[in-house]
Ligand binder design. Structure first.
Ligand SMILES: [Zn+2]
Length: 303
């Protein structure tokens, strides 16, 4: 039995995954660090939550620690050599989580960037199963990604790479957290989409993402809403066309909260991309991620 752990910006989800990639059982908990100033305390809280979730899963499913064959962790930032690094939302700069868990469970602990883990799960079990050359894009707060060529995940030696979110699409554009201007994610992220929608349609600042979605769905026949969506997808299509021109994927699968809009977005996006592709005969299927929030957990057990 494998354990997959997905560490997000504000929650930790842990699951039991069998040898067929089936998620048997899942526990998840919010991690609130707003009152914690000390980085070490955040690190120990993270370990505490993970150990707790594993204990609950084992107990609920009648397993013992000895039944765990492997632990895989999907994490944002740039993990390296068992260490999690640069977790902006949790204020963790570098922490050897792999070693911590290995001490307790005495099994191999593997850690990989969350976009790549989710991509691995979609490639093996989900929306990208039938494609050899394909790209997974998780568009949520930021942009996570995984690229496969001839069935293999592309992995640079130094850092996870494929930071499509920080590909510049307008050198005089919006300021990004990374320090540059005009990065793809400052236009494409769903965090930005929501903020712009609230601003454009004069909604209250506390409007939830679901309410924004409902508003857009209800008003897609109105010109101002259609124009808003069109402007957003215009920017998304510029970034996507760069990716298509470089990798020539047979398919791109979309995960993250972007996927909730795929029925509206993908037909419009397809039309825009047809005009922007360098090789007009390149055929790219645009698909929606299948495994949703479980992709990180399942993919983490595949690394
Ligand atoms: Zn950037």
């Amino acid at each position: 039995m494998k354990i997959g752990i997905d560490i997000g910006g504000s929650h930790v989800a842990t699951g039991l995954v069998d040898k067929n990639g089936e998620l048997i059982s899942k526990e998840s908990r919010d991690i609130n660090i707003s009152n914690i100033k000390d980085e070490k305390r955040v690190e120990s809280l993270l370990v505490e939550i993970i150990e707790n979730e594993i204990s609950m899963l084992l107990e609920k499913n009648d397993f013992t620690v000895g039944d765990i064959s492997k632990i895989g962790i999907a994490v944002p930032g740039s993990p390296k050599n068992g260490k999690i690094r640069n977790l902006v939302n949790l204020h963790i700069k570098e922490f050897n989580l792999g070693e911590e868990l290995n001490k307790k469970y005495k099994v191999n602990v593997k850690i990989k960037n969350d976009g790549k883990c989710a991509g691995l799960a979609e490639k093996k079990y989900g929306s990208l199963k039938k494609y050899k050359d394909c790209v997974f894009l998780c568009i949520g707060t930021g942009v996570g990604s995984a690229v496969f060529l001839n069935d293999d995940l592309l992995e640079p030696k130094q850092n996870p790479g494929f930071e499509f979110g920080h590909m510049v699409i307008d050198k005089e554009g919006r300021k990004c957290n990374c320090g540059k201007n005009g990065c793809f994610e400052t236009y494409a992220s769903m965090k930005r989409f929501k903020a712009e929608a609230i601003n454009t349609f004069k909604m209250s600042n506390t409007t939830e993402a679901e309410e924004v979605q409902m508003y857009i769905r209800k008003n897609m026949d109105k010109k101002r809403v259609r124009d808003f969506v069109d402007e957003y997808l215009e920017n998304v299509s510029i970034g996507l066309s760069n990716i298509i021109n470089i990798f020539e994927p047979q398919a791109i699968s979309f995960g993250g909260s972007f996927s909730y809009y795929c029925d509206i977005f993908l037909p419009i996006l397809k039309e825009k991309l047809d005009k922007l592709k360098f090789n007009k005969d390149t055929k790219v299927d645009l698909t929606t991620a299948k495994l949703k929030n479980d992709a990180g957990i399942i993919g983490a057990t595949e690394i």
